[in-house]
Write a protein that binds this ligand. Structure first.
Ligand SMILES: [Zn+2]
Length: 439
């Protein structure tokens, strides 16, 4: 074992590598070299070669791959709780879109993204996804804070706070992709809002652009009954079939929601290797419905979990959403065996990585992969005792149990404290923003 380049060691705790069929490693340790995992093993073996650099003590923790959020609009944290208990279209057209038009300038997007990054890192999310405006600002916030992200300027057929035309939006998408082509943390992406807000012509152009730039294409898809009825009426087929026929779907597609999908739609999603981001809280809160996740798992659809924006969730907390997903589908199907704990943790880690096309780099604690991981404390009455670590994570753990978070080997959260962002300043500015918006 070449240990000369090890620069950090995470030591103690039970390691869940999330590799297929892997067993928990008690009293484990993970060596890190140059941002990547150099070795995973027993603490007693790795400690012999302890590096002179950083040692992260994780005794009494569960150590797992950083959680992966496959769908969000980060800056919407500033609109958290602005308008609740409303149907999707009324919520969008009368509350969210007007607020965005008036208040979501470059400065607000920076602040809202900082708030989202702070919230997610503290909750053990190490990779996030964004489709919004001012994507260059979003990307620079993540890069500075040391968070991994798949970031896209979102295209829609009407003006956004940043761009007047879809052509201008495509130009911004292209610029971002070129700027971040080889960045260690930022994976550029592009996004088209939805099949009902982007013309067929622009959808095709976006698919071509994704192919040309070699990036993922994010899109909202089959979110509501209303959307399916509209596409059926106007295009004579389901939103999924419509995109497939246009040539828009591919393994590059990251489709958010897919709540209302038929067995034929699910077959298409499998055939085109489309990644699906399941956003259970957003779908429930807006009463969009319940996506057939167990059926999609069975069919072999690539599945990850998403929070969606904080205006429709209202927190960016994948531990909670993991629990909710499992409970929701058990209840709906009347079957307590569906979506067992380990399946849920896979969905929130390696599953999400697959959806985003990053599974060679993240999603499991494997030698050679990026050192993105979470050390979660197992203490307190709610966490005592633990018989099974998978069950503990899904049914008992809370995001406030997250003790340390590493991204690319860097300790971005240590002892529940953010090391790369000024949490107090961000929260105070977010309050100022809210006061201006309500005026
Ligand atoms: Zn969304």
């Amino acid at each position: 074992m070449d240990t000369s380049n090890w620069d950090s060691l995470v030591v103690g705790g039970t390691i869940l590598t999330m590799e297929p069929g892997s067993e928990p490693i008690p009293d484990g340790a993970i060596a890190i070299a140059d941002g990547r995992i150099a070795a995973v093993g027993l603490a007693e073996d790795l400690l012999e070669h302890a590096p002179t650099g950083q040692v992260v003590t994780a005794g009494g923790c569960l150590i797992l791959p950083g959680l992966v959020n496959t769908h969000s609009h980060l800056a919407m944290t500033l609109l958290r709780g602005l308008a609740d208990d409303l149907p999707l279209m009324e919520w969008l057209e009368n509350h969210i879109w007007p607020a965005e038009k008036t208040h979501m300038n470059r400065e607000a997007v920076r602040l809202g993204t900082e708030l989202a990054v702070a919230e997610q890192l503290l909750a053990g999310i190490t990779t996030t996804t964004d489709m919004y405006f001012f994507a260059d600002e979003v990307a620079s916030v993540l890069a500075e804070a040391g968070m991994r992200g798949v970031i896209a300027e979102s295209l829609i057929d009407f003006a956004t706070p940043r761009c007047k035309t879809p052509e201008e939006m495509m130009e911004k998408q292209r610029e971002l992709a070129q700027h971040y082509r080889k960045h260690p943390l930022i994976t550029p992406s592009i996004a088209a809002h939805a099949p009902y807000t982007v013309s067929a012509n622009n959808l095709v152009k976006e698919a071509e652009l994704a192919e040309e730039l070699g990036v993922t294409l994010q899109i909202h898809l089959s979110e509501t009954r209303w959307e399916v009825a509209k596409l059926m009426e106007e295009k004579g087929r389901s939103p999924v079939a419509y995109l497939a026929d246009l040539g828009v779907l591919s393994e590059r597609t990251v489709a958010a929601h897919c709540v209302h999908v038929s067995p034929e739609d699910i077959e298409i999603l499998v055939d085109f290797e489309v990644g699906v981001a399941h956003n259970p809280v957003s779908n429930l809160k807006l009463a969009s419905g319940v996506a057939p996740i167990p059926t999609m798992v069975e069919a072999g659809v690539k599945l990850g979990l998403g929070t969606d924006g904080a205006a429709s969730n209202n927190t960016l907390d994948l531990l909670r959403d993991m629990q909710l997903t499992s409970l929701l589908h058990k209840g709906v199907l009347g079957d307590p065996t569906v979506l067992p704990a380990r399946t849920m943790i896979e969905m929130a880690t390696i599953g999400g990585a697959r959806v985003l096309g990053l599974d060679a780099e993240i999603g499991t604690l494997t030698e050679g992969k990026q050192a993105d991981m979470v050390c979660l404390s197992v203490d307190g009455p709610h966490a005592t005792p633990v018989f099974d670590p998978w069950s503990h994570l899904v049914y008992a753990a809370r995001s406030s149990d997250v003790r340390h978070v590493l991204v690319r080997g860097k300790l971005v959260v240590g002892n529940r404290t953010l090391n790369t962002l000024d949490q107090e300043r961000i929260e105070s500015q977010a309050w100022d923003f809210a006061r201006r918006l309500k005026r």
